[in-house]
Design a protein. Structure first.
Length: 438
């Protein structure tokens, strides 16, 4: 998942609690029907630089599906700022699409509503079999021990993208590999109206992704072994403070980035205003903003001093990706399964993941030479060796909202020149923890 959603924690909680009681594919709604076999409604997430770009990418592919099956697909590309709220409203009301994209970190939360079609052995068989998919990608489909609530569509991880020209002009030979190096390199780059690192301070999901990685690097977790929130532990406080301090203390992120939530940091990077950005599969967006292959370099996300990317304290990415789900109360269940089979087929996996600069979660598609490029090699190696999944708990979406908002507020403090202290960070995280369901 790449962008923000600004849902209030209360709204998320209410929607989740009421979804199974109010239709929208609840447990007693069966497995859909075929009363409208000639069309499907598809909510796609905004993967490209803007909605128009996604429509241009997906339009020809959906037309291809229509020509092959006779089923017309009504496409709506939904911004990330709206997507989770739209999905939760649909689970509560029963008025949703047939097929939809979800951020893989939402799988357990949405699975708990009972609104999504479970991917049991029979449904997997209808799309070519479960063993076609990379095992770690399937693991992002829902809670352990349950049939997945979604199947993988695009796989991603975080990387450090850097502007080669800006590095050359500053006399810097290589990207930072540790956070200490990030601060030192950043100070050399942050001058003359330009900044070292771009961020999306109002992007709740991005905030969580960065904080999660730093939490792991501090040896912490945001949920304990029993699945209870543990947001305000000393190690988590240190992790969140470290992230916000890139603006508040190190001053290598522009204060204006506190308001960013719609990929403005990518535009700044492409325009030479910032020298680095931490992002998932950003190549297609850079090209859309006028950059050419070779203008940027790609490296693993930094780790603590003395470490190299790996597991545990050297985790440097969350397991990122987009999954494809079907609402249980679809009125074209056969068509929905055909559509998922089409979108996860070897041919489409190559086409779509090439277009978006992501990694196919389908094993056979990964063999295409297009996925051996420098940036995709870094992303694939990160997924294989140093990425960890966000907590697969039903409350994960509330966690993203509450803690993501806390970090947004801390960035706002930093941008306004207000002190960001361990005490203020702990207070925000404690408040976020108190907003979680008991």
């Amino acid at each position: 998942m790449r962008r923000t959603r600004a849902a209030a924690a209360a709204a998320v909680t209410v929607a989740l609690l009421t979804a199974t009681a109010c239709g929208g594919g609840s447990a007693d709604s069966g497995a859909g029907s075929n009363t409208a076999p000639e069309e499907l409604t598809y909510w796609a997430s905004n993967q490209g630089p803007d909605i128009a770009a996604d429509q241009a990418t997906l339009g020809p592919e959906l037309k291809k599906f229509e020509q092959r099956t006779g089923i017309k697909v009504k496409l709506e590309v939904v911004p990330w700022s709206d997507l989770l709220n739209r999905i939760l409203a649909a689970t509560a009301s029963g008025q949703g699409p047939d097929v939809l994209n979800i951020g893989n970190t939402w799988s357990s939360s949405l699975q708990a509503t009972g609104a999504l079609l479970p991917w049991d052995a029979g449904n997997f068989e209808a799309i070519g079999g479960k063993d076609r998919f990379v095992e770690s990608a399937i693991g992002s489909g829902g809670a352990a021990g349950k049939d997945p609530a979604a199947v993988p569509l695009y796989s991603m991880s975080y990387a450090l993208y850097y502007n080669k020209k800006m590095f050359r002009e500053a006399g810097i030979e290589k990207p930072p590999a540790t956070w200490d190096e990030m601060a030192a390199t950043g100070r050399r780059l942050s001058k003359d109206g330009k900044w070292a690192l771009g961020a999306e301070g109002s992007n709740l999901s991005n905030n969580i992704h960065q904080a999660f990685v730093l939490s792991r690097q501090h040896g912490a977790e945001f949920f304990d072994a029993a699945g209870k929130p543990s947001f305000d532990t000393p190690a988590n406080v240190e992790a969140v403070k470290q992230y916000v301090d890139l603006m508040a203390k190190d001053k290598i992120i522009a204060p204006g980035n506190a308001e960013y939530d719609k990929n403005q940091s990518l535009q700044d990077f492409a325009g030479g205003k910032t020298a680095m950005v931490l992002w998932q599969s950003a190549a297609s967006s850079f090209k859309a903003h006028g950059m050419k292959e070779g203008d940027w370099g790609v490296a693993p996300v930094p780790v603590p001093a003395g470490g190299t990317p790996g597991t545990g304290r050297n985790t440097n990415s969350m397991v990122a990706g987009i999954n494809l789900a079907v609402f249980k109360n679809t009125d074209n269940i056969d068509g929905a399964l055909k559509f998922v089979k089409f979108m996860t087929g070897d041919e489409e996996q190559k086409i779509l993941n090439k277009a978006y600069g992501s990694i196919p979660p389908v094993k056979a598609a990964q063999s295409d030479p297009a996925f051996a490029a420098e940036d995709l090699t870094v992303l694939r190696d990160t997924l294989a060796t140093s990425a960890a999944p966000l907590p697969q708990v039903p409350e994960e979406s509330q966690f993203e909202t509450t803690v993501g908002t806390a970090i947004k507020e801390l960035f706002a403090d930093a941008a306004a020149g207000r002190a960001v202290t361990a005490e203020s960070v702990k207070a925000k995280l404690t408040k976020a923890q108190q907003q979680m369901p008991n």
